[in-house]
Design a protein around this ligand. Sequence first.
Ligand SMILES: [Zn+2]
Length: 340
Amino acid sequence: MRFHALSVAAVLALALVVPAPAVAAGQPAGPAFSVSVAAAPQPAAAQTLPRHRYEALRKTSLRSSPSKGTIVAVVARGKELSSTGRTSGKYVQLSRAGKTGWAASTDIRRAIVAKYQTSSAIPLYASACSTRQLAKVPADYTLGTRTNARSNGRVKVEYAGKSGWIRSSRVAKVSLGVPIGKLGWKASAAKNIAKWCKGVPLSVGANKPNMAEASGRIGHMNELITLDTSGFGGKKLDPNHPMAVAVQYHECAHILQYRTYKYDFAKLDRRMDAVYGKPRVADGAEHMADCMAVAMGAKLTGSEYDPGSGNTLTWWAGYGGKCSSHHLAAARKVIAGQQV
Ligand SMILES: [Zn+2]
């Protein structure tokens, strides 16, 4: 068994007060015109519409005929139904579990037909072309759409009880089984390292040590990444904060080191020390995990204005020391599974 612990430090820069930068909310304007298509005249009697999935807004009875008739089935709130395509006035013919009957359109609404996930905070626009923003959808948020309507590079979605439009290029489609709402800390971290460490189990929690471990025997190694969710001043760390991401990448880098050196930890240490050279401010394996994190896209330090305190917060992740071009070239090889 082997652990690599990573320390992170956050330091408040005293007496350095930087005003918050003004953020321009500039959004490219939509097209100067929009086209509407007139609906075809509707027949007065029962009509046939595309079949859609619906959900019951409340406990709903399906009846043998529109508005009256005997009750064929009772559907609990939230349960899904399929339309047969027939409607009559404000009644819709639906089926569920082999039973078919009519329900008032006010008792149902279209079901979620697709889900999308944000990776950063994005605006929810009032329409397909409008620059007016109804809300800001947070990062790592899973949204549903009841229509999957698309226009002008945007898709219509539901967020916090509002219907609005988001840019399709800013979201990834996810399976219908993903729950609507914000991803948990662990799911966000797993998403951040999925490119390199997909499937490695994560254990996360406040004040847990940041570490990567591998135990077992060759061919049956159990890998585990443990991550600390604690942030500055006792607050929970945003799993997408660059410092959190740097730690996630660093621990994932250890897993890649273990794999590249086939869990021969003595050889790994020897080779990483040799690549690092002298003088060293940390173990070669630690420094190289930092440089691998940089090669993956991590930032090891940053500053940010804290509107709460009026101070600028400076943070560092990792063990210090510089990643030379030689270190970074070696880091990229180890990430690719090549021993150096
Ligand atoms: Zn480490």
